[in-house]
Design a protein around this ligand. Sequence first.
Ligand code: FES
Length: 152
Amino acid sequence: EKIPLTLNVNGSKHALSIEPRVTLLDLLREELQLTGTKKGCDHGQCGACTVHVDGVRVNSCLSLAVMNEGKSITTIEGLATGDTLHPMQAAFIKHDGFQCGYCTPGQIMSAVACVREGHAKSKADIREYMSGNICRCGAYPNIVDAIEEVQK
Ligand code: FES
């Protein structure tokens, strides 16, 4: 049985009807076609699915969509302003903060939260805050450099 659900996603209101078992991740990717948010592990281990819910970072694979009634979701698609990249997106490009790019949307969403929440004061701080975002290519040093630049 489907349940009504109203969400604000990247500034647009969506009135949806969704089965209670559907995760926020699957809703974003499959109902709203916002495929920038990635499914890595689907059980809270990799961070590829990171989005912001009312400004707080969340692993969207661990959140049932229906738990987000009335909330505001920001995905990687919602970071840029028109053609202007978010400073964190620009910093990831400048510092080569990725290789294959699969983890990058989640990394950037966490990185934005890292600076916003004041956890980017040192490399050690950044590494700790970002420890839930796994990168198989090992781009970690460049990711930390990108975050440090935005923090400045
Ligand atoms: Fe959500 Fe890996 S897909 S943490």
